[in-house]
Design a binder for this molecule. Sequence first.
Ligand code: AQP
Length: 333
Amino acid sequence: MGKKIFSGVQPTGNLHLGNYIGAIKNFVDLQNQPGNECVYCVVDLHAITTKQDPKILKDNIRETTAAFLASGINPKKSIIFNQSSVSAHAEGSWILGCVARMGWLNRMTQFKEKAGKDKEKASIGLYIYPVLMTADILLYDASHVPVGEDQKQHLELSRDIAQKFNLDFKAPNFLRVPEPLIQKNFSRIMSLKDGTNKMSKSDPSDLSRINLTDTKDQIVNKIKKAKTDTEPLPDDEKKLNQRPEVENLLGIYSSLNNQSLQDSIKELSGKNFSKFKEILAELVVEKILPISTEINSLIKDKRYIDSVLKEGGEKANQIASKKIEEIKKIVGF
Ligand code: AQP
């Protein structure tokens, strides 16, 4: 039997290679497996958990949609829509927020990381981010959620909330308990400047990430400048210990080539870094440049992008509005 897939990406700009390898590339693979039903969401309600400029947000919603399309998500096969166009997400989030426990949310490491030292000043939205994510997933009865490793904890919370709702309201199996789909290898792509930090949209250094809209020269230059160390490339996976930057570059190489780390090491060992970086840059350009070119062309056609979102929003609304009505009935409204 096919899987029911739900996942989302925040339209917060600077979509990068980590988002592609950790999430969007899998979205496309899952869409292309027969029998799967996929819903891919531009999660704009999530985006405003941190401050956004309204004009830029609108452009970013279109750009994220363009990135989905340019990467191979087909609106005839998958539902593509933006979260704020389906009101059931906000309603579901409220109801599930009354099921989730403070103690559970207090454990979320992403909140701690994103709120930083001054968590008193973080928005309440940022704190309840994973509850909204839970509503997103449960409204579509998703069986599987493809996410990067950094989202695993949120998904575990979604499972707990679904189970507690079913138990509290004596509605066994009503909310489907979703499974995470996390790539076994390289589910977390790290910064090109610091192999201990994940590649991230909000890193102030543009050299830390390959953006999905970068030009060929930018890609080549960023890989050339990526941090490495003085040792040669290892001949054994075990020798990558304590070499996070090298492991990251080999990880990027392996995922884009759809091969294991071991196979990459076999292929590349003994090469010096300047040669390896040349090979890697060529591969990243081959895989990412067509996406970048397509995004840059698609975003010029705002009408087309808006029509994809509108059509997807209508389809999503049909599914989600039915589920939220059932939820409301169970709750007693
Ligand atoms: N570095 C990464 N490696 C692998 N997967 C990643 N993802 C994000 N960064 C990496 C995955 O991409 C999907 C969409 O992420 P998102 O846009 O919803 O939010 P995010 O995780 O907050 O992205 P960033 O880049 O980390 O943003 P900032 O800088 O704002 O914190 C998710 O499936 C995520 O796992």
